[in-house]
Design a protein around this ligand. Structure first.
Ligand SMILES: NC(=O)c1ccc[n+]([C@@H]2O[C@H](COP(=O)([O-])OP(=O)(O)OC[C@H]3O[C@@H](n4cnc5c(N)ncnc54)[C@H](O)[C@@H]3O)[C@@H](O)[C@H]2O)c1
Length: 254
């Protein structure tokens, strides 16, 4: 079960955190991995790790926010069975602490970046008569998280985008789902704690850990396992669904 043998998987932001865990797991399951990354060194390191374990893959330097670069990468790859729209960035701030530039930055990467990859991948999947898409949303798409105005907006858009694509491409045998993690311990989390709470990092880390009723943050491998299921043929009856993976954050925080 859960074999990805002979499948080609494109993973954005696969050089770090959740995307890296997904790239490594999908490669172990037999997929050829294409990582689209801003951080070329990190992406190359992941591909080296995949190849040293007898897997196959390639790193592509591109900013998902730039449509032409993204289209060029997908056309070079030529065939895509699985797309994981994972690349994303954070902004901490309520409405009044979100400038126009902050909003544009988050929109361009988190929303337009996912759209650009869908725009490039869906025609290739249609031509192949099948495809599986997984978009990385967040609990912030579903519940009010303090000081995450722009980020929550972007993840709400990912959720709605996933439903739209799932509906429109049913007849093309393309499935599209999303995942909504709560806090997962990655460089993304360490980075925004260091940037926004430089004086009390340990305290904020403990607070963020406890905000999951299960008492800790998630691990990237735990997210990758759900991603594998949803992108595998075993999930062939699943489309148009968002899966919280959140240590009880949405349903048990009362
Ligand atoms: N970590 C969490 O707590 C958490 C929770 C919910 C959702 N998410 C979402 O999961 C995804 C991955 O998060 P992570 O924690 O692994 O982050 P991360 O920062 O560890 O990794 C993100 C990767 O995306 C790449 N990237 C960023 N902007 C890019 C761009 N414009 N073009 C190409 N690549 C780009 C970065 O270089 C980085 O390697 C994001 O969409 C994030 O919003 C994370």
């Amino acid at each position: 079960m859960f074999s990805l043998k002979n499948k080609i998987a494109v993973i954005t932001g696969g050089g770090s955190g959740i995307g890296k865990a997904i790239a490594l797991l999908f490669a172990r399951q037999g997929a050829t991995i294409h990582i689209i990354e801003l951080n070329t060194d990190a992406a190359n390191d992941v591909i080296t790790e995949i190849k040293s374990a007898s897997g196959n893959g390639q790193a592509h330097a591109a900013n998902v926010a730039e449509q032409q670069s993204v289209v060029n990468v997908f056309n070079a790859i030529g065939k895509v069975d699985i797309l994981v729209n994972n690349a994303g960035i954070a902004h901490v701030g309520n409405l009044e602490r979100t400038s126009e530039a902050d909003l544009d930055r988050i929109y361009n990467v988190n929303v337009k970046g996912a759209y650009n990859c869908l725009f490039a991948a869906v025609p290739l999947m249609k031509a192949a008569g099948k495809g599986a898409i997984l978009n990385m949303a967040s609990i912030a798409a579903h519940v009010g998280i303090s000081d995450r105005f722009a980020y929550s907006m972007s993840k709400g858009a990912i959720y709605a985008m996933s439903m739209s694509v799932a509906r429109d491409y049913l007849a093309d045998n393309i499935r599209c789902n999303s995942i909504s993690p709560a806090r997962v311990h990655t460089p993304f989390v360490d980075g925004f704690i260091a940037k926004n709470y430089p004086d009390n990092q340990a305290e904020i880390f403990a607070k963020l850990s406890k905000s999951q009723p299960i008492g800790r943050m998630g691990q990237p491998d735990e997210i990758a396992a759900l991603a594998l299921y949803l992108c595998s043929d075993e999930a062939s009856f699943i489309t148009g669904v968002d899966y919280p993976i959140d240590g009880g954050f949405i349903t048990l925080n009362n």
